[in-house]
Design a protein around this ligand. Structure first.
Ligand code: SF4
Length: 384
């Protein structure tokens, strides 16, 4: 396929891996976090870690939108869907994420709640138009990539006078999460977990651009390389990170120049700024309350805000204590460090969000058999 096969060339990949191996210093280790679930998926799918020298480690980050949604928000969506007047529209990935006491949207649907899987915000709008007697709520999640389509749906609903449509907004922001990880006590104790640089997100960066990462690079002296999802993209970005580390540089570099600019998509950003505003804080699974990391709908569009319309609040709820999703999302555990991985917890019987979503680290490791040769690897918090 044009524009895809070129980035999956095995010969070129091995050659790039050879250049990385030649460039790394045997005197040190390199630990890079891929923030985005799409990169985690690509690294597992194409066996990229197998191509890297043993002293280069990839650490999975919190960039899976389904995984970072806390249990309390899932519980709130389930309670909303159980109202007799409400139709809750959601993406398929969210259906099986366990809420409190193992209840999920799928189970609530089986028990009679009107929950429908949609492919886009516009599907939810269409349902609202076709069924004016129902209160149709779109369960909106995701990073900066999925926020503009939600803004479009709200603006279209306003334009059409669709009073039976609203959005349960759970959109979150990437830069705030990266800053939270770099500020976390786990990282401050540098003997525990060390991150030498970041693979910057691909899709998110097409919207926000590469400029928002300059702050981290300067403030925390960590290089960031924005990169695409194909194996050659990821390998080239790792090489760029290795070279920055070797040269003592901490800059933002853009490997994904075919899609990402420094400033991002001005139209999409203006649309988002019109419809959404920052929350003072938002809870993330694994990261806890992160300041200014989530969006809510502005007062100008408050009638489309499900939290205002149904006047509900979300309450914090505990994760399954045996599930290590929180630690995995903070980058201090690997999926195989979890005792439930592949035994009690599989994609068919997920105990945590990281096994549900196709972008989740546990699902990626399980799907591509990445656990087989790495079961004996030392846990990350014992790494040098
Ligand atoms: S394997 Fe399952 S239970 Fe363990 S961390 Fe992953 S999702 Fe949670």
């Amino acid at each position: 396929m044009k524009y895809v096969d070129e980035y999956r060339d095995g010969t070129l990949a091995r050659r790039l891996a050879g250049v990385i191996a030649a460039d790394v210093s045997a005197q040190r280790t390199y630990a890079f976090m891929e923030f985005c679930g799409g990169h985690t998926h690509a690294i597992s799918r194409y066996g990229i870690e197998d191509l890297l020298p043993a002293n280069v480690t990839m650490i999975h980050g919190p960039g899976c939108p389904v995984c970072v949604l806390p249990v309390g928000r899932i519980d709130a969506a389930i309670r909303l869907a159980q109202r007799p007047d409400v139709t809750l529209c959601t993406y398929a990935d969210l259906m099986r994420v366990p809420g409190s006491r193992g209840v999920s949207l799928l189970r609530a649907k089986a028990a009679g709640a009107d929950i429908r899987m949609v492919y886009s915000t516009l599907d939810a709008l269409r349902i609202a138009e076709m069924e004016p007697a129902r209160d149709v709520v779109f369960f909106a999640i995701g990073f900066e990539t999925t926020t503009p389509p939600t803004a479009v749906a709200i603006k279209q609903a306003a334009g059409k006078g669709l009073r039976n449509f609203s959005v349960f907004c759970n959109h979150v922001l990437t830069p705030a999460a990266i800053q939270n990880i770099l500020d976390s006590p786990d990282l401050r104790r540098m003997d525990r977990v060390r991150i030498d640089g970041f693979l910057g997100p691909a899709h998110v960066s097409t919207v926000i651009g590469s400029d928002p990462y300059v702050f981290f690079a300067e403030e925390f002296a960590k290089p960031v390389v924005v990169t695409g999802f194909e194996p050659l993209d990821v390998l080239q970005a790792i090489l760029m990170l290795v070279r920055q580390v070797n040269e003592g540089r901490a800059e933002v570099e853009n490997q994904y120049r075919r899609a990402v600019t420094a400033g991002g998509n001005a139209r999409a950003k203006a649309l988002v700024a019109e419809v959404f505003e920052l929350r003072k804080s938002f809870e993330w699974r694994g990261l806890g309350l992160v300041p200014y990391s989530g969006l809510r709908i502005t007062s100008a569009y408050a009638e489309f805000d499900a939290e205002c319309r149904f006047n509900f609040k979300t309450a914090a709820a505990a994760d399954n204590p045996a599930c290590e999703c929180g630690a995995i999302l903070r980058g201090v555990r690997r999926p195989t460090d979890c005792t439930l991985f592949g035994t009690v917890c599989t994609p068919e019987t997920p105990m945590g969000s990281c096994m549900v979503s196709s972008e989740g680290a546990c699902a990626a490791h399980w799907t591509y058999g990445r656990f087989r040769d790495r079961r004996t690897a030392p846990p990350l918090d014992h790494a040098a």
